[in-house]
Design a protein around this ligand. Sequence first.
Ligand code: GDG
Length: 508
Amino acid sequence: MRMKWKRLFIISNRLPVVVEQDGENQHIRPGAGGLITALTPVMKKSRGLWAGWPGPGEKEAIGDLLNDFSQKQSFDLAPVFLAQDEVEKYYHGFSNEAIWPLFHDLLGYCKFDLEDWNTYVDVNRKFAETISQHIRPKDFLWIHDYQLMLVAHHLRKLNVKRPLAFFLHIPFPSLDLFRRLPWKREIIRALMEYDLLGFQTLRDRRNFTQCVKALIPEIWVTIKRRLSFIQYGERTVKVAHFPISIDFKEFDEGARTEEAAEAAWYLHENLPGRQLLLGLDRLDYTKGIPERFLSFERALEKYPDLRENISLVQVLIPSRADVPGYQKLKETLDGLVGRINAKFSQHGWIPIHYVFQSLERAQLLGHYKACEIAFVTPLRDGMNLVAKEYCAASVDNNGVLILSEFAGTADQLSKGALMANPYDIEGMADTIHRAYHMDADERRRRMRTLRAEIRRNDVYRWVGWFLTAFGEHDFPSSDSPPDDEDEHSEVMDLGLWMGEARRTEKVP
Ligand code: GDG
């Protein structure tokens, strides 16, 4: 029998909710972010299910809040409760002190610890157990990100035979780096238990394929159009790249509201008579923030015409405060800001405005709208949504984007952005000077190119690509139960529904 809809079952480290403490009471609200926005409509449409860790707190109280939320939102939540020790070793330890730095090419930050690895294995098993309790025959299972690379492996051990999809939000490293990981073979083999593996860029996809070739000699790879098919025994694993995006319309419309205009006006009113250069990042050593400060300092030294005429507004969102490398980074940044401001400040002008807190939505849009230049310079980044959001909010076409060539976004935005190498302090200083002097025509031309690209390839299209690619998968029949015969066409329906008007589009 052919069903029109399947249920979308998403699995990620965190549930898409925020539990807030208000005195004695706890509240629950939807989390923010492009992934949640993009998936919510299809989750509602298919009465989907989302599994993940709800964050710290009392099991019973949180369970009640999640039930209330599910009823209101028209999709269900399956919490995976974790003990403090598990969070410490699986999340802070293995995920954020081994995989995160290694996959961002920063070997020097890596800590490879056997206990952390063992807990990572256990927690991935715990996720698989929760999933297996909720799974229904017609589910489309989509697992997200580097914290959950082993989930497919554990699901297979639990005899789950359904096709499984995985998307990696961060980069995948080169073979030379990946080889350093003591558990490289376990991870590569576990990833090969998925049926569709999605990466952000072609480079990530190629790195992955090279690692598989080197570590599992018995595989072979064929490439058809823009997809790689890895043959591994009886199984075929499809590998593709799908650059994630944002809800362009939401940022574009948000930037045109009264609140955003007011927030932008307020920012410029307080910092009058100069151009504003925006840095906005989670506190993270991958984002290249010290290098950014150093290049700004160099620009002020080298180009006196910039002094008193430009300020760097750096918003830093507190993140992973429990990981030692992050505390050290914060101290380094505090020191740099103090030094640069002491060196150049004049009466009525401070070079760097440094804010260590997250912004309300209207404030965020106000910052995007008010700042004449965005300075997005990660040392390495899976994609970088801030770059895309800045352009979507630049409704007057007058912003300039300075973008690191090591952000995943560079593949799509290099035509309109000024490209920068974050390791080249001198070069970045020159780029700041060039952006400052860019005339209105060039700004408009470049920003139009950027906006057109992001408008066309928004997050809805990303979800559509992924689901469609999954639907087109030629799953080996030995693995599929007989009642799943027509499932490809059903998943296709889900994929095409996401990209309604874009039926003819192909995977990038
Ligand atoms: C990972 C990968 C990949 C930031 N400050 C505020 C705020 N934000 C929002 C931004 C943006 C998001 O946080 C940051 O996204 P990024 O993509 O820049 O970076 P990661 O957090 O590292 O995300 C990355 C991404 O996953 C998606 O696949 O692109 O490479 O590392 O959406 O708007 N939002 C609000 N206030 C803030 O102060 N409201």
